[in-house]
Design a protein around this ligand. Sequence first.
Ligand code: NAP
Length: 321
Amino acid sequence: MSFKIEIGAVNSGAGSSENSYQLVIAGGGPAALSAAIYAARYGIKHLVVESWQPGGQAALTAEIENYPGFSSVAGSDLTNAMKQQATAAGAVFVMETVESAEEKNGKILIKTDLGQYTSDYLIIATGAAPATLGVPGEEKYYGRGVSFCATCDAPFFKGKKAIVVGGGDSAVKEALHLTHVVSELGLVHRRDKLRAEPYLAKKLVEHEKVTTWWNSHLVEVTGDDQGVTGVILDTPEGRKHIETNGVFLYVGTVPATEPFKSLVDLDGKKAVVTRNIVGTSNPRVFAAGDVTNNGFRQVVTAVSEGARASAAIFELLENEE
Ligand code: NAP
């Protein structure tokens, strides 16, 4: 084997003359951090370009109870530990936002808000952002009662009323987190059955502070100068105005693939279409975690995919020389 390991990757940053890598990892959540740990340990000359939200969506989860080895861990503690582990292994990070990625002269050219990098390989691990409902008041009152993160914003609603919209794992977990602080919690779901893990779903629905609004749709967020005052729901009993101070939206996610759309095939939901779990339609590009169409979106699968992607690239680099 004559694999050329370029030890001592440096944080070259924007404007540096040395902006060329064997691997760029785009993202900062569990998939990217796991890929970074493996890339660093394999001695691949790499750069992790993480955006404004270190730790990704997992870092915004109050409690993770299904990551093996921890019966309960705060999402931010888990992702901070992953980052420390990656840094200790020699992973190199820049906090920049990837704006575009394209193929140029047999390499991948990655442009960020602060600079540009060329790389032999790219791992897309940019995760997904919360989906919105697109109803009146949602955008207007964002940050003034409308939130996509109970873990971050729950303290503002101590002793107040809140509602959560959605029926997946995120809605149920974050709603349970809110029950510790709010006086009353409404759960609004468009069907009469939650898709979340049954153990947590039961715990939420049976909680004394929780009122459920089944087969119901949030059609407007109302408010005044101070922020949110209520919501209008379409329910099986007709249209209702419910008083609330907080509206937490967990109606799914949108994969963060915009910068990569010319590089790899995306499905109808904008997720990266994978082959053999971490491969993509482009042989120089791999993908891992919530940005993919792999389906089962868990921290444990994201870290596994990140590791697989770096391992696959290590093997390719090894065979290139
Ligand atoms: P999700 O599973 O896609 O759930 C989204 C929820 O929003 C669904 O209940 C859906 O209703 C509802 N919804 C979608 N569009 C809507 C609309 N326009 N109006 C009203 N309701 C709408 O999303 P998620 O809960 O964010 O989870 C994303 C992934 O991460 C999932 O794979 C989940 O398992 C995983 N996750 C795992 C954990 C964990 O700790 N294990 C925690 C968080 C997330 P329907 O049910 O009718 O489709």
